[in-house]
Design a protein. Structure first.
Length: 243
């Protein structure tokens, strides 16, 4: 039973993860350590690097080796961990005065981010990085303030889209690129929804700060996302990027 379920969830029908029965079974099997869900050739040997980093990373650092598809997908997994943790805390106690529509949007986004996180964890299996420590208080997030929550959500969603766009070129397997494309398109829908909540009835859902004159979305390099953008400030676990 477990093997049949895990084999049936593939890139070609990842939409099944949004169906309640399949999603619950997938997560149950993944949590129980059932059959691994492997993306095609994701764990193929990528060769050994002759030269290591000039300076050794901190002993407790999580290493993201972006020369391999598992490393790139772990980078995505790190971002999905962050987003899922944020929206889970938002949904624990919604800010005062939240409307039913806003609550539904934020709940849906939380569910999507949890699905993304758990799908990547199951796909990576033993190659996945550990759970990351996050700190929203250090980023001055006030979960009792509508503006603070939505403004932070905007940082996460805009940054998440740009992060996927910037890392897509590093994926070597086209099937993994397809998976990333399916996830980033959902993240872009989240970004548009959050921007519309902040500035309803405007064109900010696709503002000039994220969409250039050619109609293309911005793309950020992994190092910028984790070190210099507004996303990295919330992750307290040391992360070292190598390639």
């Amino acid at each position: 039973m477990h093997g049949d379920v895990t084999r049936s969830i593939t890139l070609s029908n990842i939409r099944q993860l949004w169906e309640t029965g399949t999603r619950r079974e997938f997560l149950r099997v993944a949590a129980a350590g059932g059959a691994a869900i492997l993306l095609p050739t994701m764990f193929a040997a990528c060769g050994d690097d002759d030269a290591g980093p000039a300076d050794p990373p901190p002993s407790d650092a999580v290493i993201l080796d972006l020369s391999s598809d598992p490393g790139v997908l772990n980078y995505a997994y790190a971002l999905e961990q962050l987003e899922a943790a944020f929206y889970a805390q938002v949904a624990q106690a919604f800010y005062p005065g939240i409307t039913a529509a806003e609550q539904q949007i934020l709940t849906d986004i939380r569910d999507h981010e949890v699905i993304h996180r758990d799908f990547l964890a199951g796909a990576l299996g033993s190659a996945r990085i550990p759970d990351l420590e996050v700190d929203f208080a250090g980023g001055n997030v006030d979960f009792g303030s509508r503006f603070s929550v939505l403004s932070t959500a905007k940082i996460f969603e805009d940054g998440g889209v740009a992060a996927y766009n910037g890392a897509g070129r590093l994926l070597q397997d086209v099937n993994n690129l397809l998976l990333a494309g399916k996830i980033v398109s959902v993240e872009a829908r989240h970004a548009a929804a959050i921007r519309d909540l902040l500035r309803p009835g405007t064109r900010d859902f696709a503002g000039d700060d994220v969409v250039d004159p050619s109609g293309l979305e911005q793309a950020f390099e992994p190092g910028f996302v984790l070190q210099d953008s507004g996303l990295g400030q919330f992750i307290t676990t040391p992360i070292e990027i190598v390639s």
